[in-house]
Write a protein that binds this ligand. Structure first.
Ligand code: HEM
Length: 401
């Protein structure tokens, strides 16, 4: 875009993602800086170290619970369901400091419901919570009832955490490892000023982080695993990179993550081909003119307030931006001339969880590549979104290492 006119979100989009009121995503330009200022400090090195540790812990918990740890071969029959649950657990742990066990049967229950169920039901239906009238959500229709109960339990849990942390004193923010604690500490520094967020706004931000960090990462991880299974030569290259960084087969540490550029590239290419967020919308706040950066195309006038869709899907498959867009080519991300990845969006409102997602995904891919060879399953179709597909995993042994 060739001009500097500010662009803003539309009230309708903002309202659809704010069942509990404004948050860092669901705010227009005038309100947004207050939220971003309080949320930003939480996304720091301490958090990313915790993301690495918790990814490893969740990986082993998942393998043990699914009884995959000792199998020479196993089939993951619904890859998107597993990666979605994985991403949910990571946000619950690193976002809220809530520890969930992969085996939901033995985990904590509130009013008969497991916490993962409450997280899952609420995050999938947040738009209904925002747009439907309260009486309809309270109605006895089973799906509505489930949503009403799950969201109430979550809201209560989040408020309890706020109260408990306040009662204990907020503690040393350098020790805090989950987003929520860091967010509370950052907000405390704003106390008494117009920048401080109310409890309601804090809860709304935490709800949104849960939503934003869950399905997005889960979908992109599933797509990446599917593509690696279908492209054994890329899988082998990624495996060799992991072995060069972790020759003794130890678990990765946070400092290893940036030593795995090809594994990162595998994830970015999965995300390019299967964008978790297909598009977003903005409108210019004054009459503006769009022109090609190189100036080749006739400038295009956009009157103030016109809805303009940023089509991440279209951009990802535009061969002028990414040559051979239908081919899975992770190596394109190692070339500094490649246009930046658009699917985390751009500019000041770029995804704040980008590094969170990259660290989690790179760490999980490294663990899987070290342990197994991934293969297509007979009925495997790499699908977008929630489409179910299966993959086979064969443990590496002395000859395949
Ligand atoms: C592969 C994973 C992810 C993708 C593809 C993704 C994509 C995006 C996109 C496209 C936006 C901009 C949306 C818009 O402005 O309309 C966004 C914003 C945002 N994302 Fe992510 N996201 C991912 C993971 C995460 C994670 C893990 C978190 C938090 C733990 C997160 C938190 C946020 C927040 C808070 C915003 C709003 C930022 C602002 O407006 O200031 N995202 N994300």
């Amino acid at each position: 875009m060739g001009n500097k006119a500010p662009w803003d979100k539309f009230q309708e989009t903002v309202d659809a993602l704010a069942p509990l009121g404004p948050n860092v995503f669901a705010t227009k330009q005038n309100e947004w800086p207050r939220h971003r200022k309080v949320v930003s400090p939480a996304f720091n090195g301490l958090l990313y170290q915790a993301v690495t540790t918790e990814t490893i812990a969740t990986y082993y918990d998942c393998l043990a619970t699914q009884k995959w740890e000792k199998e020479r071969e196993f089939i993951m029959s619904d890859v998107p369901a597993i990666t979605s649950k994985f991403a949910l657990y990571l946000v619950a742990k690193c976002g809220f400091g809530i520890h969930l066990t992969w085996n939901e049967e033995v985990g904590e229950r509130v009013d008969g419901k497991s916490l993962p169920e409450c997280f899952d039901v609420t995050s999938r239906s947040v738009v209904f919570l925002s747009l439907l009238p309260r009486w309809m959500i309270r109605s006895p229709i089973p799906a509505m009832r489930r949503l009403y109960e799950a969201s109430n339990i979550l809201e209560k849990i989040v408020q309890d955490i706020i109260d408990k942390r306040r009662a204990e004193g907020l503690g040393d923010e350098k020790q805090a490892k989950d987003i929520f604690s860091m967010l509370l500490s950052a907000n405390d520094l704003e106390k008494g000023s117009a920048g401080a967020l109310s409890d309601r706004e804090l809860v709304s931000n935490v709800f949104f982080l849960l939503l934003a960090g869950h399905e997005t990462t889960g979908k992109a991880l599933a797509a990446t695993l599917g593509e690696l299974a279908c492209n054994p030569h890329h899988q082998q290259r990624a495996y060799e990179e992991v072995m060069s960084v972790l020759p003794d087969g130890r678990d990765p540490s946070y400092t290893d993550i940036d030593r795995l550029p090809f594994v990162q590239a595998c994830f970015m290419e999965g995300l390019r081909m299967f964008p978790s967020v297909p598009n977003t919308m903005r409108g210019p706040i004054e009459d503006t003119v769009l022109q090609n950066k190189q100036g080749g195309i006739t400038p295009f006038r956009v009157p103030k307030g016109t809805p303009v869709t940023l089509d991440f899907f279209g951009l990802s498959y535009n061969e002028r931006v990414y040559p051979e867009p239908d081919t899975y080519k992770p190596e394109r991300w190692l070339d500094p001339k490649t246009e930046p990845l658009s699917t985390f969006s751009y500019g000041p409102r770029v995804c704040i969880g980008k590094r969170f997602a990259m660290v989690e995904s790179t760490c999980l891919l490294a663990l899987l590549l070290l342990a197994c060879i991934m293969g297509e399953n007979v009925e495997s179709v790499v699908g977008f979104g929630h489409k179910r597909f299966a993959l086979s995993f064969t443990r590496r042994n002395a000859t395949t290492r």
